[in-house]
Design a protein around this ligand. Structure first.
Ligand code: FAD
Ligand code: NAI
Length: 475
């Protein structure tokens, strides 16, 4: 006998679990299905983000940053520590405990909001009168009927052709987050977000890290000036990044991995390493969804085709997050989840794609919102630019972290903020002010006239806004 729900959500990553909670808040009877298993085989809702993405990567970044500070920077403060040691197993166990707290937190939130959770794989069976039949296979086998269905099945790591992930020598983000020991030599293919974050973790712990990147430009999507500044900092740290390479044959053996490649100059080269992380992007995941049973339309990349409001080609079927177009970010997935639940309720859910912030959690952190200088130039838009270096910020000096800058881009005529780009300490937190400002369509002058606490890193934001009109006070 099928169980009837107003809304059935498939996938409990940031897109799905948030959609389920918001729909329940709006008074709907909601089911959420997720197949992720923890080490004991139990449910582990939270998706890629919670299990093998945002949360565990930030836990390891924090541990490795503490280690690096203890090893190299405590002495500047007069603190002597003797030999600093890292217990990798303990670091990984701490990360796992944080992941579990988040899994448990989501199960608690489901209970609190009266969302019925099913642990297993959800797949379309057929369209029925007034909805869709969904089968759940797994721990809690069931047949559900949803009047509305939200698909939030996320994404998987992209493998290099002919080089499957074995999570021992060739690692995806999953294996990269649970290495049992620091590799002596670590190779990474792809100097995007994962390559830089994971490369930073293992370099700080002592690995010799080489990243091979296919593009000739470092972080091509980032504002050029900011990317250059970040690259300088990574070079100084000893993170080796080779740009413009063409990766050839990859051989794995007992000892490790051997990667043949052609350098930017066209020379043949080989990189030998103990392990290899492949971080060359992610692919939308509809495995096992049985999309064809109901005629759900996918594009050539395998993403579910949706309109601006996350409607698929099927009435009453929505899709959000990594499985649809747009940036593969947890907060984008969440915003879409909320908006869809509100649209189902007849409200006007809204996601502003122009103000979605990006953050790379390296040291220095890199964060931005809005347009880059190269995008404005390409669009022929008249703009003003202002930068302020953390070197001239008192709080940054006190912190001992003066790398980088805040950069503002504003419309030449109206002064409206068009983009804010930060490389430096706590960029991930500082960017929030810029997002709020852009959401309210503020001008650079608005930020320049707001009182910012002293001494704080946020004063660099105010000063960069002043710099747009060439009137910084502290530089
Ligand atoms: P997912 O989180 O992938 O969740 C999909 C869920 O659906 C999974 O639990 C899966 O088991 C389940 N599922 C799939 N098919 C079925 C089915 N048929 N039946 C039942 N369940 C199913 N983003 C950020 O914004 N900030 C970060 O710092 C960040 N760090 C990251 C670090 C790494 C290493 C990685 C890999 C990603 C990171 N991301 C980060 C990206 C972020 O994880 C994703 O954008 C986000 O998880 C997408 O959410 P989602 O709900 O669309 O999909
Ligand atoms: P990415 O798209 O960020 O970077 C992939 C890199 O690999 C690019 O620079 C690309 O040019 C390069 N590349 C692709 N094919 C290649 C090849 N054959 N040889 C050499 N280089 C090649 O993808 P990544 O790092 O795998 O991360 C996937 C996504 O996960 C990100 O785009 C982001 O959406 C999300 N993520 C977000 C994080 C955050 O918000 N802090 C952290 C980690 C991941």
């Amino acid at each position: 006998m099928a169980q009837a729900f107003d809304v059935v959500v498939i996938g409990a990553g940031p897109g799905g679990y948030i959609a389920a909670i918001r729909a329940a808040q709006l008074g709907f009877k909601v089911a959420c299905i997720d197949e992720w298993k923890n080490a004991a085989g139990g449910p582990a809702p939270g998706g890629t983000c919670t299990n093998v993405g945002c949360i565990p990567s930030k836990a390891l970044l924090q541990s490795s940053e503490h280690f690096e500070h203890a090893e190299h920077h405590f002495a500047d403060h007069g603190i002597s520590t003797g030999t600093v040691k890292m217990d990798v197993a303990k670091m990984i166990a701490r990360k796992d405990a944080i992941v579990k707290q988040n899994n448990d937190g989501i199960l608690y939130l489901f209970k609190k909001n009266k969302v019925t959770f099913f642990h297993g794989r959800g797949s379309f069976v057929k369209a029925v009168d007034g909805g869709y039949e969904i089968a759940v296979a797994g721990d809690t086998p069931a047949t559900l009927v949803g009047k509305q269905v939200v698909v939030a099945t996320g994404s998987n790591a992209r493998a290099l052709p002919g080089v499957p992930f074995d999570e021992d020598k060739v690692l995806s983000n999953d294996g990269a987050l649970r290495m049992g020991a620091v590799p002596k030599k670590l190779a990474i293919i792809g100097s995007g977000v994962i390559g830089l974050e994971m490369g930073s973790v293992w370099r700080r712990l002592g690995a010799e890290v080489t990243i091979l990147e296919g593009m000739p430009t470092f972080l091509a999507a980032v504002d050029e000036q900011i990317a250059k500044e970040a690259k300088k900092a990574f070079d100084k740290q000893g993170l080796k990044i080779e740009l413009g390479v063409k990766v050839g044959e990859i051989k794995t053996g007992k000892k490790g991995v051997s990667i043949a490649y052609t350098t930017a100059k066209g020379e043949a080269a080989t990189l030998d390493a103990d392990r290899l992380i492949v971080s060359i992007g992610r692919v939308p995941n509809t495995n096992g969804l049985n999309a064809q049973a109901v005629g759900l339309q996918l594009d050539e990349r395998g993403a579910i085709v949706v309109d601006d409001e996350c409607r698929t080609n099927l009435p009453g079927v929505w899709a959000v997050g990594d499985v649809v177009r747009g940036p593969m970010l947890a907060h984008k997935a969440e915003e879409e989840g909320v908006a869809v639940a509100e649209r189902i309720a007849g409200q006007h859910g809204h996601v502003n794609f122009n103000t979605i912030p990006w953050v790379i959690y390296t040291s220095p952190e890199i964060a931005w919102v809005g347009q880059t200088e190269q995008q404005l130039k390409a669009a022929g838009r008249a703009y003003k630019a202002g930068t302020f270096p953390f070197l001239a910020n008192g709080r940054a000096r006190a912190l001992g972290d003066t790398t980088g800058m805040v950069k503002f881009l504003a419309d030449a005529a109206t002064d409206e903020i068009l983009g804010v780009h930060i490389v430096g300490p706590m960029a991930s937190e500082l960017i929030a002010e810029a997002v709020v400002a852009m959401e309210f369509r503020a001008s650079a002058e608005d930020i320049a006239r707001i009182c910012h606490a002293h001494p704080s890193l946020s004063e660099a934001t105010k000063e960069a806004a002043l710099a747009v009109d060439k009137r910084t006070l502290n530089f």
